[in-house]
Unconditional design. Structure first.
Length: 193
């Protein structure tokens, strides 16, 4: 004859299941995360690409519930076109105006979970003092054990297309520059200890 489970044992099993289903916080690895962008130069003459070298933030992901968040802060002063003169110009009042707007932020919810992976992030981008909704499409999302840190690491490649003049960055508009810019956030984040 089977003995019934004790209420204490049943409660401990329920709590153990709850702990396992808790969301995990992943800290963005600044050595492996470099948001980048592409923008028109000289009304279709070429495409200029740049990146930001300093970023912080976190991803929270609850695999059991299929939900999560993304929170990224970008140091605009770390802009890098690979061209010192252009870097200095981009930091000035005509473009990013780093003196007034030193940071850009993106906060959003991981959504469209398929096979345990989000397909997009619905959120808000604050850039140049303007906040607007931006949806990031996720090309790649993968989690795995980090071979050196012995903790889980997740990585993603996400992108969005936006109109930079809607954020008050309209330099070149008078000369016919296309205001469309592509934002890419390539990110790796490690589970917090």
């Amino acid at each position: 004859m089977k003995r019934p489970l004790s209420p204490l044992f049943a409660l401990s099993m329920l709590l153990a299941g709850t702990v396992q289903a808790a969301p995990v916080v992943y800290r963005i690895d600044p050595e492996h995360t470099f948001p980048s962008f592409e923008a028109d130069h000289m009304a279709g003459l070429s495409v200029w690409r740049g990146k930001f070298n300093h970023v912080t933030g976190a991803v929270t992901f609850d695999k059991a519930k299929g939900s999560g968040t993304l929170d990224v802060s970008i140091d605009i002063d770390s802009i890098d076109f690979g061209h010192d003169q252009l870097n200095a110009h981009a930091k000035g009042a005509d473009f990013f105006d780093v003196a007034l707007f030193p940071k850009a932020t993106y906060t959003g919810r991981l959504e469209g979970i398929r096979k345990g992976k989000p397909t997009h992030v619905v959120g808000q981008l604050t850039l140049h003092g303007v906040t607007k909704p931006v949806v990031l499409k996720i090309n790649v999302f993968k989690c795995m054990p980090h071979p050196m840190l012995k903790r889980e690491v997740c990585g993603a490649d996400a992108y969005a297309t936006l109109e930079r003049d809607q954020f008050g960055i309209a330099a070149g508009n008078d000369w016919g520059f296309d205001m469309t810019a592509v934002l890419r956030i390539q990110v790796e984040a490690v589970a917090a200890e």
